[in-house]
Structure formats: structure tokens, C-alpha cells
Write a protein that binds this ligand. Sequence first.
Ligand code: ADP
Length: 381
Amino acid sequence: MSRIEIDNLTKRYRTGSGDDILAVEDLSLDLADGEFLVLVGPSGCGKSTTLRCIAGLEPVSGGEIRFGDADVTDRTPEERNVAMVFQNYALYPHMTARGNMAFGLRMTTDLSKEERNERVESAARMLGIEDLLDDKPKELSGGQQQRVALGRAIVRKPEVFLMDEPLSNLDAKLRTTMRTEIQRLQSDLGVTTVYVTHDQTEAMTMGDRIAVLDGGELQQVGTPLECYYEPANLFVANFIGEPSMNFFETEVAGDALVGDAIRYELSGDHLDAVAESERVTLGVRPEDVEIAETRRDAFAGTVRVVEPMGDQNFLHLDVGGVDVTAAVAGEYEVREGANVMVRFPEAKIHLFDADSGEVLANCRRHSAQLPTATGTGGEAA
Ligand code: ADP
């Protein structure tokens, strides 16, 4: 168990034709002991490369990696005491689940057979696979195989867990269950973990913090809610959140933002925020788009598609030629083709400098507490 510090990590690959690919550029991250950090970003952004550098599977081109006080940058994977879990479980088909989980221990430790068995059985209990230990991989479902792969990592009692899209091969329902299970395991074991995914839902739901990468560069690192409510730039605003934030391209004209689709009057702090910018992108999340009853401060839209989710309907609207998604309560009956007025409350908008992509202002974020039941409870019945 240890803190992980990554300082200015850079990784270049040389291709067969002699070209240099800059896969990771000047990446610095600091993980607290026991932290669960999710590295997220689109395909090709450098997530796996970063993980492989932390594991010692790739030599770095520049920078330093430390576990606790130890500089591990030049250590082999074996010397780093990390355990990896991959998308393809990579189990040995001819070995039982027990054999697969114990294999690494047999090869790399001098634990006795009894000690190995004890570790395997304790991990199997944690994962609920005690009854499957004598089965071979082909007798196990995908979810069970992934549990064995997790067990194989757990028995090693590593200093660091590195997970590369471990849930991608599972069906949607199982993925949701395993998400919670991995979080519980990680928190019970307290092992510092770096988890790679391209799936923003996994990132939002699993990590203590998220590190968002694009083009090999770190865009933002923060708690899931910070990345959601206070994105550092347009990339993060667009990447985090499902459905995505809506965007309008505008120019600053006096006290207003003027675009092809909207003219939006700004006030107070927002005017100061855009003072140095010429072109501004206005962003608003689907749940913050209000369906307006009056025309005041509202824009005309046409419902193109209604996507019912049960508790919510996602309305895909055309607002002056811009696609806008609005999330409204599921009980509303909305016809495709209907004309509606939409409003973007000023407290809820995000503003970005369109040229640099950097955020100028984020929405106001209210935090609320869940009510907690008090009293004896008996008299309420
Ligand atoms: P991600 O995990 O985010 O999908 P990767 O870390 O696998 O991204 O890749 C980052 C970039 O490095 C990509 O452009 C990819 O093509 C390139 N890359 C990855 N591995 C190699 C390699 N072994 N040789 C050359 N280029 C590579």
C-alpha cells in the first residue's frame, strides 16, 4: 500500500516507419495511499500507456514514478509489487480457478502450499467464488472468470492495483454489479488503485477522483462531481456527463452573447468572466434546460426525437439549428414535432473561451444534505 507520485511522465513510441508518437506528454498525478483513481478519456488518449508505465511494462521516455518514498521508474514489473487486471482475463485454460489464482504465488513467492491455499480461499470468499475453485475457466461465466482474475490479483497482496478496462467484456447488468463489487473490494483492501476506462459512467461512479486525458495530456483531475460541475475546459465538459452538455457558439457583443441560434443576455460576474474573450461557447447540461411557459428569456425549439428512459424523457430539440438535449420528467407526454420554448437559467450555464477551450465560468453548484431520520420512529406508524 502506498502513495503513487507521477512526475512529468512522457512516453514516446517509435513506429516501424521511424515516426515518433507522443502517447503521453508531461503527465503529473499524485495518488494518496489507498486512493482509487480512474484514468478516463477516448480511445488512443494514452490511458493504457500510462498504466503500462506505472506497471513497468513500458520504459518511460521522461519523468519519474514513485511508490511511497521509492523511485520505481527503472524497476522491473516484478520489483514493483503491482497486480494488474485486464479486459481479457488471461486465465490459463487448463488450470482450475484455484490453480489460476495460486499460480503467481507459486512462481514468485516461497509461500507453502497451505499458505497459498489460505490466501486463495480468503480471496475466493471475498469474491463469492468459493464453490467454483475447482472449475476450469471454460466452465465459468464471463463475470466469474473476471472474479478469478481479480482473485489472482488480490492474493498477491500488491502495493498497487492496476486495472485496464476490466469490465468491458461483461454485459451491461453485470458491469453495474461488478462496478460496485470492485469498489467495495478496493475500499476493504485499501490498496492504491489506478483504473483505466473509456466509459465516463464508470469513471463517475467508481473513482475517488478522475483524471481526464486527451491526446496524451491531462485535462483535469478532480472528484467526479468537480469534473461534472466544474469542468476545467470544453473537452472535460463534453466528455463527462451522459447525455453530454449542450453547446452554443457565440460572440461577445456588449452585454450579450450572440450566435446564430441564440442571443443570451449576461449579467454580473458573467460579464467580467467574458471580458477578455471574443468568441465564447455557452454550455448547459440537459437537466438544466427548462421548458418555459412564457417567452421571456426563452428560445424556440422543435422536438425532433423523444427518448423515454422511464424516470426521465430526453428531448432532442432543434433550437435555431443547434441540437439541444433536454431532460424532463418521464411523466410528460411529448409529441415529436411539438414546438416548445426553452430557457437556460443564468445560474446554470457554463462559459468557455472558444479559442482556448478554457473555462471562464461554471454553473453555481448547490450541495444539499439527505434528510436523516430522527426520533424513535414508533409513533409515525
Ligand atoms: P488508450 O489506452 O487511451 O486507448 P494507448 O495508451 O493505448 O491509448 O495509446 C496512446 C497512443 O500511443 C495511440 O496513438 C497509440 O496508437 C499509440 N501506441 C500505443 N502503443 C503503441 C506501441 N506499442 N507502438 C506505437 N504506438 C503505440
